[in-house]
Design a protein around this ligand. Sequence first.
Ligand SMILES: *Cc1c(COP(=O)(O)O)cnc(C)c1O
Length: 351
Amino acid sequence: MTAGILARWADRLPSLGPATPRLSLGEGATPLVAAPRLAAAIAPGVDLHLKFEGQNPTGSFKDRGMVLAVAKAVEAGAHAIVCASTGNTSASAAAYAARAGLQAFVLLPKGAVALGKLAQALQHGARVLAVDGNFDVALRIVQDLAARHPIALVNSVNPHRVEGQTTAAFEIVEAWGEAPDALAIPVGNAGNISAYWLGFQRAVTAGAATRTPRMLGFQAAGSAPIVRGHPIDDPHTVATAIKIGRPASWRTAVAARDESGGAIEAVSDEQILRAWSQLARLEGVFCEPASAAGVAGVAQMHARTPFAPGTRIVCVLTGHGLKDPDRAIACAPTLAEVAADITAVERALLG
Ligand SMILES: *Cc1c(COP(=O)(O)O)cnc(C)c1O
């Protein structure tokens, strides 16, 4: 039984003190799996691996930061937490609030949250409101709310979120005793790319790795403020988890890109959905659409200028596919019906 990231990485989490409760739902220690069939399809010669963060307790990487943010809120005496969310932050906040005995308040952009995520927030007892506006508007409102009331804000503007998320980089370094050549990751509010970069740097400081990877971030083309160089007022993409026009961690994401010799690029919804389907069909890994942006990005970069043979790349798959069942069904052929009869089934399946 894993004890979770606060117990495992106590020595690498500066804000964790003796008075911080060791909250856990068993987050972290997620699979890092080789993806040779996917590599052959999108980037032959690349040593491609997947860090499947959908295996966290609530089905996304958000648990790594949330467990620390909620533990610090408890330590500070808070009775409630609040967040704006494209879905996964709210699912995670609601679960860890329940675990810690706090009330969670959640603001979601109306009509733009995948079904599984909404179900989680509601089932865990969060007070959920659908705001008539996008994520960026909802984030501004919860920041004001937290400033006016004794409620802890647990969006990634909370530094404990980013700190907790550094643990994923520690796990990758631990697996190999070294950092990979590159890390490919979807970019929404840009907290996670910032956290991985901080984590890889701290791994070097701790003597666990000798170098840091190139950071390769990918935004959806209709929601790519960092790539375009200006905020997007009306972002759009099928990848709802990265549908963000004003990333809170914009500056740290750009620093991660530049200091690592990396890149932040845009990928189209079509490229994202193709990569999402290839992950499921070639590797048996079902992530949510936004999570496939890193894979789509590696394919795009390799097609333009091939990576050197043997380049080791980790694609971060940020969330689980069951979060967004509607999208999977919508992209699949309609279910054929058949009589309850062996001959009819043979004819239908085997032609
Ligand atoms: C939150 C989230 C992202 C974006 O992460 P940021 O830290 O906001 O850049 C990507 N994918 C999934 C599944 C998410 O839940």
